[in-house]
Design a protein around this ligand. Structure first.
Ligand SMILES: [Zn+2]
Ligand SMILES: [Zn+2]
Length: 131
């Protein structure tokens, strides 16, 4: 059962000087950056088909389906990753990115990063459900 995560921009604490020159804390507004990660990202290529694997137990899942050891599947390039990397320049997945100068990060690396959209917020990861 896949768990769905959301990566979104969170408001950041800013400091501003008020009229008296005192520092005051303000929350900058978060932007609408949001990536929904609902997997699967790992696929097994077998008999000309690509089968999405269980994100959490993909090794066993792949071995059960192919009857081969996982190591052998990797070596023969039967394991493929998809929509697991995001381009920070155009904010689309690697598969859909047309940038000459790609700036790719793994989805799981987004957590805690500076928001690539507003460059102010920080990316937080939230779990939005199990289906
Ligand atoms: Zn791009
Ligand atoms: Zn943002």
């Amino acid at each position: 059962m896949p768990i769905t995560y959301n990566y979104s921009c969170s408001p950041n604490l800013d400091y501003q000087r008020d009229d008296n020159g005192e520092l005051e804390k303000t929350h900058s507004k978060s932007c609408d950056f949001k990536i929904i990660d609902n997997g699967p990202h790992i696929y097994l290529k077998i008999d000309g088909k690509e089968i999405g694997l269980d994100q959490h137990d993909f090794v066993k899942n792949a071995e059960d389906l192919s009857k081969k050891p996982f190591k052998e599947l990797v070596e023969s390039e039967m394991i493929v990753y998809k929509k697991d990397e995001l381009c920070l320049n155009c904010l689309s997945f690697k598969e859909e990115c047309n940038c000459d100068d790609k700036n790719l990060v793994r989805l799981k690396e987004l957590e805690g990063m500076m928001c690539p959209k507003c460059k102010k917020g920080k990316i937080i990861k939230t779990r939005i459900g199990i289906s």
